[in-house]
Design a protein around this ligand. Sequence first.
Ligand code: ADP
Length: 566
Amino acid sequence: MTIRAKVLWFAAVAVVLVCVMGLLLFGLAHHGQRQRQQLMALQEQIDSYQRLHALAWPFLNQLAQARQSQTDTRRVPEELARQVDAEMARLADSFAREGAGALETENQEQTRREHREVRAALLRWSSLAERRVHELHPHVSIAPNVEWLLYAEFEQTVGQRIQEVQDEKRFELEALQQLLDVSVYVVEWVALCFPVLCLGLVMLLAMAILTPLRSSLQGLIHAAERIGHGDFDVHTHVASRDELGTLGAAVDRMARELRESLEEKQRLSRAEAEASEREAARYHALLEDTVRQRTAELGEANLRLRDSLQQLQSTQEQLLSADRLASVGRLAAGVGHEINNPLAYILSNLRYVHQELAELTGVADEQGRQEMLAALSEASEGAERVRLIVQDLKTLSRPDDVALGPVDVAAVVRSSAKMARHETRDRARVVEACEGVPPVHANAARLGQVFLNLFINAAHAIPPGRAQENEIRVDARLSAPDQVTVAVRDTGAGIPAEHLRRIFDPFFTTKPVGMGTGLGLSVCHRIITALGGDIRVESEPGQGTCFFITLRVAEGSTGDSTQSAA
Ligand code: ADP
């Protein structure tokens, strides 16, 4: 049965119960009303019989008066008959009210017969009494004893009958009163118990409907929660044949289908996993073979690379030497010029002293002696200058001296600037501000080569002729507790952006053939990185260029052990 049908049933039962309760109460009230009417009718009948009984004495008195007044006594029974009929009519009326609605029964017929008998007996007695009185002598008045005799006759014939009927009616009245009491008692209990009974019945019905509904709903909720948690092994246990039963069956079916599809999926996943494991094992084996093969190939390639590396290293060494040679070559003219000057006046002075000494025969005069001493002193100074130039050249002429140690940056910069002087002299002022920084961990010859290259490049970036307007400035500072940064800044032409990322490439040059090899900066980069340092450039075309060289501060270096450019 559907929930809607159950609810309709419930409502119908409740309505029927209410209707039955209303009808029952109406019937009981109606029944009580009827019993009360019967009670009143019976009482009226008893009263009527009482009044009929009481008619005897007035009748006898009227009869006596009529006899005494010599009037016609036959009118007295007629009067009584009228009174009796009037009373009988009331009696019939109350009797009709008593039995209103009831079926015509033998009992009622008997009562009517009693009425008729009482009336007949009463009328018979009245006519008998009137005849007796009429038969008396006209001048004889009715003595009290006659009245008593007539009344006694009345009592025997009519009064007794009336009394009997009255007793019956009283008995009926008492019975009816008892019945009424019982009815009232029953009505009270029915009015009390029937609603309670109906309420209980309605509650039972509601529980009979709601309890299975509740248990079905609980089963559904429990099943839904378990399905929500991924447990598809559920059964709702909803056995009712209503919508919830249908829903429960649908949920059971859904859970079963989900479980089956999950199992199918797991089975497929397992199969897929096994297949992928097999595939992975196959790939693994294949990979191992490939790796093994590639490792062998790599080993061979490694060997080839190592050979190439060795070749490269030797090529780089050659390049380094080539660059150094190029630098020396570039400097050769300047150095030759530098040496040529002092050599010229050394030779000239020596020739002068030689000539003077050759011509001198006696003791030289003081003036001649002073002049020769001055010439020798000048020659000695020129020789000293040559020595210094040679000493500077030694910085570049020690290709195998790669020992690392504390290096005084200021001294190396000073030496490199001197060697590059021939190139810078006509182009820019060289300003050195490298004092006060701690020695760096480097090789003086290599570092000197770096600065020489940077000075020559800076000089080449500045057109000759306006030396006072341009500047090549070298600043050294402690950029970190264990780092020294040297900045070589010039006011030259600068480097275009498209060249900036290529200037450290070997053989990259913008200079004409014979002027540049394109090796200078690549060698600088190699030397600085080999020293554990860093070299980078910033340039603004038309404004100038700045190279930053960062080197580690030498550990535990002292002034004594510091390498110098000298
Ligand atoms: P080279 O000097 O033989 O050309 P380098 O490697 O020393 O080789 O320099 C590469 C190029 O970098 C130079 O040709 C030049 O164009 C550019 N360059 C280097 N230093 C400077 C600088 N200070 N100002 C402008 N250009 C520079």
